[in-house]
Structure formats: C-alpha cells, structure tokens
Design a protein around this ligand. Structure first.
Ligand code: NAP
Length: 307
C-alpha cells in the first residue's frame, strides 16, 4: 500500500514537521494521508533518505505505508503550522532550520515532553503562535525515514491561546481526518502538567532502575508514591489539580513490560530528556518553595550517571 499526497491541494494545510522521528514521522505520514501538504525538516542524511525512499511507517492505524513527503534542511516557504517533534536535547540546533522571517506568525505546535520548551519557543520565535500541546503515542524511529507506531492510538491535546481557535480548529480537523484524537482546552498548564504527572515519575523510576514499569512498581513502591505526590504538589502549585490516586492506578494498569524513552535513550548511550522532564519539575518546585527531595535525588543521581 502506498500513500500519496492529496492532488492539487491548493487549500491544503501546509505543515512543516521539524524532526521526522518517532512522533514527527508518524504525524507527517498521517497528515499527508489526510491531504495536508507536508515538508519534513531534518538533517542532510534524513532528507536524502526521505527524498529517495519516502517515509515508511508501520502502524496500527495506517498499516504499512510508504508516503512521499517533501523534505528539506531548512524552511524556505511559509507554512500554516510547524510541528516541533525533536527531542528537547536537539531543540536548540533544530530551530536553526526554521528562520523566524520565514515562519512568520504560523502556528507552532511543540510535541515534546516537558514544560520549559514552550517559553523557549515563545522567546525564540516571538511572532509565531505557539500552541502548547502534548501527544500520547508510542512510536519509534527505527532508522532515518522508518517509523514503527506501536500504540493503537494517537492523542494530541492542544491548548491554544485566545484568538488562535479558528486556526487550531482547522489543524484539529486535518489531524482528526488522519486518525488522531484531538482534545482542545484553553488551559495550557493542564495540558503540560497533566502529562508530566505520570511521565516524570515513570521516566525517573524506570531509567534509574533500568527496569520496566512492572518491576519498579513492585520493587520501588515507596519511591513511586513519593514521586507521584511530589510532582502532583508542584502541578497543584502551577494551578493543575492532579488526582494522585488516579496516577498510581494508571501506573498499576499499564503493561508490565512498558519502558520509558528516557530509559531507552540512557541504555543506548544517547542524551536523555532528564533535564527537560525531571530537571523542570525540580526547578518549578524551587520557584514555588516546595520540597521535592525524592525527585531531586533521582534527578541528581541520573545526572551523575549520564554526565
Ligand atoms: N516517541 C514517542 O512515542 C513519544 C511519545 C510522546 C512524546 N514524545 C516526545 O516527543 C519528542 C520527540 O520524540 P521522538 O521519540 O519522536 O524522538 P526521535 O524518534 O528521536 O525523533 C526526533 C527526530 O528529530 C530529528 N532531529 C534531531 N536533531 C535535529 C535537528 N538539528 N534538525 C532537525 N531534526 C533533528 C531526528 O533526526 P534523525 O532521524 O535524522 O536522527 C529525529 O528524526 C520528545 O520530546 C519525546 O519525549 C515521544
């Protein structure tokens, strides 16, 4: 099966995908299938692979699909939306591919885990319309241009500021046509902290223990409860009520073999998103004068281990 972009899509949504990896590659393929005009922004090697072979996605939503996409090392023409899909550790370098004067006031939708990238993007691209977002998916870049999508769902939460609704509704419509579940709210803290409430404890525990969730929830129960409560207390100070019983129940319900991407990165010797995920919790706690001793200990230990 082979997917082609919509024909003559003069009113097609123009989307740049910065970082066509696990998340970006999947969304680039899905959006192309739904008729958007997609350009993947990546390094020279990945651009070459995408131009030569297209984007191959093995997905529960799409089946196995090879999709033709445009690929470039730099954004050179205006787009309606730029999806930012690099890891936090690559954000700084990747942004060079998106010149502010070409980007203009386009929607910028960062799908990174963490919190602080939103302010960073607003600072670095002040004319763009940054829409805080979170994605729930399990998708892996197997090699440049090849993505394996394992979760039977893709859900995106969007938190547009006032005045951006119309443009976000258009984006949401295309995403939904592509099979993505989209939820929209005006509470950006809820989107970001709602995700971090589970993700931060999960990533810190599994990376530290070098074990899947099944083992950490049995062997590190006390730390798990402490981490969940600490992150929730910071989220509450940020205005986001987190139900800790629900977070713990979710921990207990996920498949025992589930591993975090931080853990996979650490095991592979790649830079991790420790600072964007754990470090951000500790910094927010400091700002609010909240003690988070277990989180801080995990962050310090992992930082020492990976430095
Ligand atoms: N994967 C998931 O299931 C998932 C789920 C929820 C949230 N997230 C979050 O989504 C974000 C992206 O994660 P991911 O798993 O998709 O990462 P990934 O698979 O490593 O993909 C990142 C992509 O960024 C590209 N990249 C790196 N440096 C770049 C640069 N300077 N310019 C342009 N592109 C660059 C990489 O290019 P190459 O291919 O050329 O190396 C790669 O394609 C992270 O914050 C992650 O925590 C991921």
């Amino acid at each position: 099966m082979s997917g082609e972009p919509a024909r003559d899509p003069s009113d097609a949504l123009r989307v740049a995908v910065l970082g066509p990896g696990g998340v970006g590659g999947l969304l680039a393929a899905l959006l192309t299938q739904a008729g958007a005009s997609v350009t993947c922004l990546a390094g020279a090697r990945t651009v070459e692979v995408l131009r030569t072979h297209g984007l191959r996605v093995e997905s529960r939503l799409l089946g196995v699909v090879t999709t033709r996409v445009e690929a470039a090392e730099q954004l050179t023409a205006p787009v309606d939306v730029c999806l930012v899909c690099v890891k936090a550790t690559h954000l700084d370098a990747a942004l060079e591919r998106v010149p502010a004067d070409v980007l203009g006031d386009a929607l910028v939708v960062p799908l990174l885990n963490g919190i602080e990238h939103v302010a960073e993007l607003r600072r670095r691209r002040p004319h763009a319309a940054v829409v805080p977002a979170a994605i729930r998916v399990e998708s892996t870049r197997v090699e440049p241009g090849v993505v394996r999508h394992d979760s039977p769902f893709v859900t995106i939460d969007l938190a547009p500021a006032a005045g951006l609704q119309e443009r976000v509704v258009r984006l949401a419509g295309v995403l939904e046509r592509a099979g993505v579940t989209v939820r929209t709210t005006n509470d950006e803290a809820a989107v970001l902290w709602g995700k971090l409430a589970f993700l931060a404890p999960f990533a810190l525990l599994t990376t530290s223990a070098r074990a899947p969730v099944g083992r950490v929830r049995e062997e590190r129960r006390e730390d798990l409860l402490a981490l969940v409560h600490e992150v929730a207390s910071v989220a509450r100070a940020e205005g986001v009520p987190v139900d800790t019983d629900m977070v713990v129940a979710f921990f207990d319900s996920v498949p025992e073999g589930m591993r975090s991407s931080m853990q996979r990165d650490a095991a592979a010797g790649r830079p991790t998103e420790l600072d964007a995920i754990g470090g951000a919790v500790v910094r927010a706690a400091d700002r609010h004068g909240i003690a988070v001793p277990v989180t801080a200990r995990y962050v310090a230990e992992l930082r020492a281990a990976t430095d």
